[in-house]
Design a protein. Structure first.
Length: 129
């Protein structure tokens, strides 16, 4: 989610700030130089680190306050993109999948990885419409 958001922000010329956690104590040389981090650097993403997201909403709001003090107007995307807008994106995705498969493919299962359930919620609504 973070890399996709950073890519879109870069394409649109928007300033992107990512709050990244390192809850398992991965060594800095590995964590800060892996492919995911490389992509964020290529997208010119401002990286803010924390040991763990113990209270993600509060931590993101605190970061938004600091970003606003830098002269930006932040839009906070919750962890996993799990909010009404994020779920609606997956409703739209499910409707598009159903339309493309209509008359050609009969879908019996959808397998998806997610951590915050916003993906599941949106797909469930869209595929049951």
């Amino acid at each position: 989610m973070v890399r996709q958001t950073a890519a879109v922000a870069a394409k649109l010329g928007l300033h992107c700030v990512a709050l990244l956690e390192n809850p398992i104590g991965t060594t800095a040389e590995n964590y800060l130089t892996n492919g995911n981090r490389l992509l964020l650097d290529l997208f010119n993403t401002q990286i803010e680190m924390c040991d763990a997201l113990t209270d993600p909403n509060a931590q993101l709001e605190e970061l938004a306050t600091r970003v606003e003090a830098q002269g930006f107007r932040p839009y906070v995307i919750p962890v996993g993109g799990s909010n009404a807008l994020g779920a609606l994106g997956y409703v739209e995705s499910a409707l598009e999948i159903a339309q493309q498969c209509e008359g050609a493919v009969n879908i019996s299962s959808v397998v998806v990885a997610s951590g915050s359930a916003g993906t599941h919620a949106g797909l469930a609504v869209g595929l049951n419409t």
